[in-house]
Structure formats: structure tokens, C-alpha cells
Design a protein around this ligand. Structure first.
Ligand SMILES: Cc1cc2nc3c(=O)[nH]c(=O)nc-3n(C[C@H](O)[C@H](O)[C@H](O)COP(=O)(O)O)c2cc1C
Length: 195
């Protein structure tokens, strides 16, 4: 795969908040989690774990707890962000947590060096692998994640960072556009290329 092809995958990957219940193959899930493990990590420590959840009852408990912790967050939102969330129809209700056939919880081992950076790089690798599998996802970050340690027996030195609902979607979102002129500078911050 060349860079142009890789960027096509990156552009097509969009956050999806509606899933169908169509199942996902074990092979697909294996390729996705393998992609996460192939990511670079500080001192090659792989300071993360992945928990795949298919059990509907567990998904319901996760949804219930996530909605509880997100209520306060949504109530305290600044006006600007409130408008953005409303436009995107993001509320404290999280139906995608019970719709998607699989939830993937990614946790970082806080006792390891560079655990946070490494964990998020692995999440990014998996987000792209999910797209290449023809599946969709969302990097859902509940405002508080301690309840996941309790529900999923995740040891206390691990900090759950994200819940990735994974599945098929009927949403058809536009691919992203590159915007390098807004973010890339030359020689000094704020300077555009002059030649
Ligand atoms: C670190 C991070 C945290 C996010 N947390 C949430 C979240 O809690 N809930 C949600 O609906 N979307 C969440 N998102 C998704 C973003 O809103 C989304 O990536 C952004 O609007 C860009 O849209 P795109 O993913 O379709 O390119 C998160 C994304 C990132 C990278």
C-alpha cells in the first residue's frame, strides 16, 4: 500500500454513532487487535491491554454506567461546545454502546513509561485497521472510566482510556479533506512555505 492509498483509508474513517447488529468475524477482530499490538510503544513495553466485549448484558451495564458519568459532563458544557455537540446530536445517551456487536476497551498500564502516549498510538492504529476491515467505530471517552475496572476486572494500575464500539453502520459520512495549510508551518511556527 502506498501513502495515497493509506490516506484514502484515513480520509474515509469517520466517527460513527449508529451501528447495525450485524456480527463481526473473529478473524476481523484478530486483525484489528493485532494492528494495535504492532504500534510503536515507549521502550517497546506495550503498556496496554484490550478487552473485547460481546455479551449483551455487559454492554448494557457499560452503557448505563457511561451515561451516568456523562450526565454531569453534558450539564457543565461551555456554550460553544454545547452547540457543536447539539449539531452532532451528541448527548448523554449512548445507544451505540448496546447497538454495536463488539465493544473494545483499551486500558493503559500507568506503572509503565510513556503509557499514555503508547496506548493512544495503539488506539489510532486500531481505528485505521477497523476502517480497512470495512467496519466503523468511535473513540468514545467517558468522562470517568473507573467503573470499567470494576465491571471488567481490569487491575487498578490500568487506566481505561477508551471504549471503541465496532460494527457495521448505515451512516454515510463524507470522507475527510486534508487541511495542511491550517496546521503545517515551515522553519517557524506560523510561517508558510515561501517558495
Ligand atoms: C481523544 C478523542 C476523544 C473523543 N471522545 C469522544 C466522545 O467521548 N464522544 C464522542 O461522541 N466522540 C468522541 N470523539 C470523536 C470526535 O468527536 C471525532 O473524532 C471528531 O469530531 C472528528 O470526526 P471524525 O472522527 O469523523 O473525523 C473523540 C475523539 C478523540 C480523538
Amino acid at each position: 500500500m502506498n501513502t495515497v492509498e493509506l490516506m484514502e483509508v484515513m480520509k474515509k474513517r469517520r466517527s460513527v454513532r449508529n451501528f447495525s447488529s450485524e456480527p463481526i468475524s473473529k478473524e476481523s477482530l484478530e486483525r484489528i487487535t493485532n494492528a494495535g499490538i504492532l504500534a510503536p510503544s515507549g521502550a517497546d513495553m506495550l503498556p496496554f491491554t484490550f478487552v473485547l466485549i460481546q455479551d449483551q448484558q455487559m454492554k448494557e451495564r457499560i452503557r448505563e454506567e457511561s451515561e451516568k458519568v456523562d450526565v454531569a459532563f453534558h450539564e457543565g458544557l461551555r456554550e460553544g461546545l454545547k452547540g457543536w455537540m447539539k449539531a452532532k446530536k451528541i448527548t448523554d445517551e449512548k445507544p451505540f454502546l448496546t447497538q454495536a456487536p463488539v465493544l473494545l476497551v483499551v486500558s493503559g498500564d500507568t506503572s509503565m513509561p510513556y503509557w499514555l502516549e503508547s496506548t493512544w498510538i495503539s488506539i489510532a492504529y486500531m481505528a485505521l485497521a477497523i476502517e480497512s476491515e470495512g467496519l466503523s467505530s468511535l473513540t468514545y471517552t467517558p468522562t470517568e472510566t473507573g467503573f470499567l475496572n470494576g465491571l471488567l476486572d481490569i487491575p487498578n494500575n490500568f487506566s481505561p482510556q477508551v471504549i471503541l464500539p465496532i460494527g457495521h453502520t448505515l451512516e454515510r459520512l463524507e470522507p475527510k479533506k486534508s487541511r495542511p495549510h491550517e496546521k503545517v508551518f515551515w522553519e517557524r511556527h506560523g510561517c508558510e512555505k515561501t517558495y
